[in-house]
Write a new protein. Structure first.
Length: 216
């Protein structure tokens, strides 16, 4: 009698215990795969290397300082004499905007450079992305010298078109390494697009007088 009762109890409980254990194993496996998937999707390094990050930010900021050397005097002497469109921003807007954009550039470059350290498969992609990044930074600085130092809105406009294309290529290259880094460059592309429209408008309004003013 007791044997029958014990058999009945084990027959009803054991499958439930097995099912419970099997369900727990499945849950653990599912949780592990979700964790692994989350780690794969993450493109932001967990441990921030502050010296490297500050160095990445310092590079575009330094490029901006070099460009400002060509801009400072001409903003006071030559630029006010140009006829400008109605949507031309006040001079005080450009400094804060570019400072913010340089900061975003530096963070984006840092995220991309760190990717090759954490995953060797990205080494070639990171090198290509950083070459494009350096090229656009050089073109960015060169625009200031063309527009202000040489007083050539047309030359600056032509160079700005090239800069815009290189920025697009840089964003695409960054997206192949870090989507976050690519998104950080979108405001830069938008502002450069606006700057292109402004540059073209200034050139058009002053096309008959630019050369004479540059000589004088």
């Amino acid at each position: 009698m007791s044997h029958d009762v014990q058999f009945d109890l084990s027959d009803s409980i054991c499958p439930k215990l097995v099912d419970a254990r099997y369900g727990t194993m499945l849950a653990r496996k599912a949780g592990g795969s979700m964790d692994n998937g989350h780690r794969k999707e993450s493109s932001v390094p967990i441990n921030v290397r502050w010296p490297r990050l500050l160095g990445s930010i310092l590079v575009p900021v330094s490029a901006g300082i070099v460009g400002s050397l060509a801009t400072y005097d001409e903003l006071k002497r030559w630029y006010p004499t140009l006829e400008k469109p109605s949507f031309n921003p006040p001079n005080g807007v450009f400094g804060p905007v570019w400072t913010t954009l340089y900061l975003l550039m530096g963070i984006a470059e840092y995220l991309v450079s760190q990717k090759s350290d954490s995953d060797p498969r990205y080494v070639e992609a990171v090198q290509r992305a950083r070459r494009l990044y350096a090229l656009q930074l050089g073109l960015n600085t060169g625009w200031s010298f063309l527009f202000f130092k040489l007083r050539s809105p047309l030359g600056a406009l032509i160079e700005l078109v090239l800069l815009w294309l290189v920025i697009v290529a840089t964003i695409r290259a960054f997206a192949g390494v870090s989507r976050t880094a690519a998104l950080l460059l979108v405001p830069y592309l938008l502002w450069t697009s606006f700057a292109g429209v402004l540059n073209a408008s200034i050139w058009w309004k002053n096309r008959d007088y630019t050369l004479a003013r540059a000589v004088s």
